[in-house]
Design a protein around this ligand. Structure first.
Ligand SMILES: *Cc1c(COP(=O)(O)O)cnc(C)c1O
Length: 410
């Protein structure tokens, strides 16, 4: 059987400019963000000011991970132990994890057929729970109806925190993703849009939130070494009332990220070439329903999703197996057993969810996902879709006994 030879988890190499910056940090020995020579700004502080400028916000904070940024955002916005926090039912496990880590209780909100959050259910969940916070994941880069979402949040006095792990570089009606809520949180983990292995960024224009976030992140009394934070004099109160929850970024990772941030627009264009090619080709695969994207959405196509509505679980299971056998590791959210990265709310038993989420159940049962690393080209996209078509034909026409019984439709 012909196989696709490239790996969907292979990102591009770190560029020479980033490597040179990293080597300079290593040679200096000053890896800690507050370990600065006389007159030196430091890579981490520079990354923060460049990132804030790229979004048009007043403040940015670099930290240990995207999940950590979400935790900080919730705490900095005033979450108290036991507070309810709304969150889309379709997200990645670090999101409910960050809510629990901050002492909150996640309340799941149903989604629409395009996988974005259902603002009518958001309104219901807000009324039922009395939650004061909403962590909105722009999951897999899909940005929902921001007008409706923001309106629901405003009508209930809910603090909106955006999880932009998949929307760094994206916008909605020209406004950067991450600037609709009080705080935007980003990840620089390897599979996101800029890669430092691990890392997170938090963006806000709210001075109170930023002061708390800086101290929470582990600034000690060195907050005056930030370039994208409120004036040091304004920390007089916050500095003695805010715990240090150590989770800083270091200069080495920041050094690798700065040249990548400068490259983001070009990367986005390259990703969208791959996305458009895949999207176009997928139209010819039987049973595949592509996900409609609103004109307001200016996305970064670093992965692609499609649905197989009306296709039985055992057929999807054979299709996914057939793709796997052809070297294409599709993620199928309907898989009964959680594997790999978990994104299905029923894998998170610690949440004790009580809300019924019929649309999430129905949509995720037939939703598939494929990463589009920049190590792919357009010919690869054609190749992948041709192999997927063959797998679909086989799954539909020549049912084989399942090789893995736990893997079927139930
Ligand atoms: C990756 C990711 C995160 C968290 O990022 P980490 O840096 O890995 O903690 C949060 N939300 C979503 C949707 C993600 O994909």
């Amino acid at each position: 059987m012909r196989r696709f030879a490239k790996s969907v988890t292979q990102q591009e190499a770190i560029g020479d400019d980033a490597i040179a910056s990293a080597v300079a940090v290593l040679q200096s020995g000053r890896l800690h963000r507050y370990n600065l020579a006389e007159g030196e700004a430091g890579e981490t502080a520079l990354l923060e000011s460049e990132f804030a400028a790229s979004l048009g916000v007043d403040y940015a904070l670099a930290c240990a991970s995207g999940g950590y940024a979400l935790q900080l955002a919730l705490r900095a916005c005033g979450l108290a132990a036991g507070d309810k926090v709304l969150c889309n039912a379709f997200t990645l496990s670090p999101v409910p994890g960050s809510i629990v880590a901050a002492g909150g209780e996640a309340v799941l909100v149903d989604i629409l057929d395009d996988t974005t959050v259902d603002s009518a259910d958001l309104d219901r969940a807000a009324r039922e729970s009395g939650a004061r916070f909403f962590v909105l994941s722009h999951m897999r880069g899909h940005i929902g109806d921001m007008d409706a979402i923001v309106a629901v949040c405003e009508s209930h006095g809910i603090v909106l925190i955006e999880d932009c792990a998949h929307t760094m570089g994206a916008a909605y009606r020209g406004r950067p993703s991450g600037t609709f809520g009080k705080v935007g949180c980003f990840s620089t983990q390897t599979y996101k849009h800029i890669n430092s292995g691990e890392g997170g960024l938090l963006a806000t224009s709210d001075a109170d939130v930023m002061r708390r976030a800086v101290i929470l992140s582990g600034s000690y009394m060195l907050y005056d070494r930030h370039l994208a934070a409120p004036a040091p004099e304004s920390f007089a109160e916050t500095r003695l009332l805010t715990p240090n929850m150590s989770g800083r970024m270091d200069n080495l990772r920041a050094a690798i990220l700065r040249p990548q941030l400068a490259e983001l627009e070009r990367r986005k264009a390259r990703w969208n070439v791959l996305y458009e090619r895949m999207e176009k080709r997928l139209a010819d695969v039987p049973n595949v329903q592509r996900i409609a994207r609103p004109v307001e959405e200016d996305f970064v196509g670093s992965s692609i999703q499609f649905r197989l509505p009306g296709v039985a679980g055992d057929v999807i299971s054979r299709f996914v197996e057939g793709c796997e056998a052809r070297g294409i590791p599709l993620k199928w959210y309907g898989k009964p057993v959680p594997e790999d990265y978990t994104s299905r709310y029923d894998s998170w038993g610690y949440l004790a969810n009580t809300r019924s989420l019929p649309a999430a159940d129905r949509v995720l049962a037939t939703l598939c996902d494929l990463r589009l690393p920049l190590t792919f080209d357009q010919a690869d996209c054609d190749d992948i879709v041709a192999l997927m078509s063959a797998a679909m034909d086989e799954a539909v026409q020549h049912p084989q006994p399942l090789s893995d019984r736990t893997f079927g439709s139930s």
